[in-house]
Design a protein around this ligand. Structure first.
Ligand code: SIN
Length: 504
């Protein structure tokens, strides 16, 4: 059976919902989502949405913090698109009815998170911002002329009728759905790791689909680990986040003896960028010590952070009276499918937005609370682009098939990623992990894992959230992107490419 759409959007997080909504009534659009509608990573986001709306703030300052956090690897044009578009993006969500928290005067309440020099993080329900963003977007999509289809997208349809291949649709639960444009908004790679703050079913499938269609990935070695996930015995899979906004409100990181661990490490101390804090916690834990987040001095903890309080409570931890045990956990993929500033990949008919895409905003380390807003801002641009022009219609071609990952493979992938592509990396361990992945049956998850390992091996320096024990310094001569493509042998090939900062 075939059905013809103008645009098919794959994924129902902030980016997928936003792009579908932006196209509703302008194009015949289907949104294909696996599992639960609006059930991906977005609704788990606690912290918020960064936007320079405070009286002491401006987009250029937000851009400056984004670029500093990105350690020389951000695309400045992309950063400007984000920071200039953040306030209008917020207004778009408010227009849909988003109930963001307000101060006593009725203004949007702003907090700080790591790497921000201003209070500019808008939040909802205290620490349930993603749930609110997801709620309003999902409700609007349900009311809009959008076909919502619950199915797994296993393949892209690729027309080979011209010398330049073009994506012409998807195979969803075995059914061919054709379209003039396919937008991947499939999220990140949390499920490739044994411990993540994301739903475990979000595991890099979008990267595999894109690679098999001939698209390139960029910056995928930059896997961000959130410094503070709940660390209690036996916890694994998707584990509760302990939001960075707690540190914005005064919580501090301490070791098992009660000494502060960030005070002498960075001028911003506990609010240093995420990669710095995650590495420091990892270092302390490597000595056999434990790390805690002491939030006991925050007076309105229950009202302001109900999600954290409830999650800790489920594991017998009461943050009101005792410090919270924390450890880093995989959190976000800073790179992804290479796109231009309007979401186009290097394959005709294929677009990407949200965490699966690499717009160039995040560089080597994403600034806190830049992800939900990036999804909203870039989705709106992509919707406008696709509303004004679509690729030529082509006959649907053959699907490029790959089997899906078996459950046993998932555990093997997670083991390989934890030992090879964790916070600390080395050539030797990356090679061992790549061999383990190559021995597995081919799958999109295995391809995504291979891409990250290959890119991490190619970047022979340390930068942002890519930390090489064998190349421990940031190398100014290594101001280059690492691009990954699928080779003829079905393995990923990583190559060091053009300048990191196109407009610097
Ligand atoms: C957090 O609440 O700490 C996470 C926010 C983010 O990842 O941007």
């Amino acid at each position: 059976m075939r059905d013809a759409y103008e645009v098919i959007v794959v994924g129902s997080g902030v980016a997928g919902l936003s792009v579908a909504l932006g196209l509703a009534g302008r194009r015949r659009v289907a949104l294909v989502t696996s599992g639960e509608f609006a059930g991906g990573s977005t609704r788990w986001a606690q912290g918020g949405l960064a936007a320079a709306i405070g009286a002491d703030d401006r987009p250029a300052l937000h851009a400056e913090d984004t670029v500093i956090a990105g350690v020389g690897a951000c695309d400045h044009d992309a950063v400007a698109v984000l920071t200039d578009g953040a306030a209008p993006g917020l207004v778009g969500l408010l227009d849909l009815g988003a109930d963001f928290d307000r101060d006593a005067e009725g203004h949007l309440a702003l907090t700080r998170e790591g790497g921000h020099h201003r209070r500019r993080v808008v939040h909802a329900g205290g620490d349930a911002t993603g749930a609110e963003v997801s709620r309003v977007l999902a409700a609007a999509v349900r009311d809009a002329p959008i076909d919502v289809i619950t199915a797994d997208v296993t393949d892209l349809l690729l027309s080979s009728s011209t010398y330049r291949p073009q994506v012409t649709g998807v195979i969803a639960d075995g059914v061919e759905l054709t379209a003039r444009a396919v937008v991947l908004a499939t999220g990140g790679v949390g499920g490739l790791y044994p411990v993540t703050t994301n739903p475990a079913e979000v595991a890099g499938e979008g990267l595999g689909l894109a690679l098999r269609a001939g698209a390139s990935l960029v910056d995928v070695e930059f896997v961000q680990f959130h410094p503070t996930a709940l660390a209690v015995d036996g916890i694994a899979g998707q584990i509760p986040l302990v939001t960075e906004a707690l540190r914005g409100e005064g919580a501090v990181l301490i070791d098992g003896g009660g000494a502060r661990i960030m005070a002498d490490v960075h001028p911003l101390a506990d609010l240093a960028p995420r990669d710095v804090v995650a590495r420091r916690i990892d270092q302390v834990r490597a000595t056999g010590d434990r790390v805690f987040l002491d939030a006991t001095r925050i007076t309105d903890l229950c009202d302001r952070f109900p999600t954290v309080i409830a999650a800790c409570g489920r594991y017998g931890v009461d943050p009101i009276v005792s410090p919270i045990p924390v450890a880093p956990a995989q959190h976000y993929l800073c790179g992804g499918i290479r796109t231009d500033l309007w979401g186009a990949t290097d394959v005709a008919g294929l677009y990407a937005v949200g965490e699966v895409a690499a717009t160039g905003v995040h560089g080597a380390n994403r600034l806190a609370s830049n992800s939900l807003i990036e999804g909203a801002v870039f989705a709106r641009r992509l919707a406008d682009r696709l509303a004004s022009a679509l690729p030529q219609r082509r006959a649907a071609g053959d699907a490029v098939a790959a089997p899906s990952a078996a459950a046993g493979d998932v555990a093997a992938i997670q083991r390989a990623m934890a030992s090879g592509a964790g916070i600390r990396r080395s050539a030797q361990q990356l090679a061992v992990s790549r061999r383990a992945i190559t021995a597995l049956p081919s799958s999109d998850r295995a391809l995504a894992a291979d891409a990250i390992l290959a890119a991490a091996a190619a970047r022979e320096e340390s930068r942002g959230c890519h930390w090489r024990e064998d190349f421990p310094t940031t190398d100014a001569t290594f101001q280059r992107h690492v691009v990954v493509r699928l080779g003829a042998d079905g393995r990923c090939e990583a190559a060091v490419a053009g300048d990191l900062e196109r407009t610097a």
